[in-house]
Design a binder for this molecule. Sequence first.
Ligand code: G3P
Ligand code: CA
Length: 245
Amino acid sequence: GAAPVSASTLPHPFWIAHRGMASVCPENTLEAYRATVAVGVDVVEPDCWLTRDGGLVCMHDDTVDRTTDGSGRTHDLTLAGAGVLRVDAGEWFAEAWPNTLRVPTFPEVLEELGVRAVLCPEAKNTGGGSAIIEHLTRYGVLDTVIVQSFMRAELDPVIAAGTDAMMLTATEHYDPDSLRKSGIRYLALSAALPPSLVAPGVAAGLNVVVWVVDRRVDAAPWLAAGVAGLFSNDPLYVSGRSPVL
Ligand code: G3P
Ligand code: CA
């Protein structure tokens, strides 16, 4: 088969399909991730929640209410419970997408896309970092994935495994030097922060990326500031690779 893709061979800048191109696909579904790969976006982002029984499911919110036909807290799910949830693709997507999509598990995503895509899974809750690493180990893709979290401790098992780690921050209260010295290679800044924060991160040796930019006018100052990558809900359009999507 084709050679595995690798985070180290990403283009500059690279584009990350936020939740699997959430503006144009039902977010965090296997179908969305598949479409992201099919249209050639560089990196696919699944948000990952550790379930009560140790499963890892792809969903963003801390409740299942917004994106599925169920209700309740995401971390209270079991794998069996998550398996019967149906993603509400919503009227906007109804004509183009089946409305019976499932909540995928992270192993299902790895099974199909693990060697075909650079994945950037986010550990959303405590224990997610080590669970992600367990699955990456099982599928042999520790070297081709970037694991992200807002929780610094979730990145420790990622660093220990030699997998690329991305620290997410929505505040200016971090020390780029200590992040880099601890083995973290990527820093993701909220787009609500000033682009002037890119330079100190780069000076510390970090690959600095920004989340989330959905308009070209919003991407421009970050590109000018020298980001390595950008999260977008509509990466084909915002990157200029497609005039319309
Ligand atoms: O992971 C980058 C970005 O996705 C963080 O924000 O809330 O969309 O997961 P959120
Ligand atoms: Ca995320």
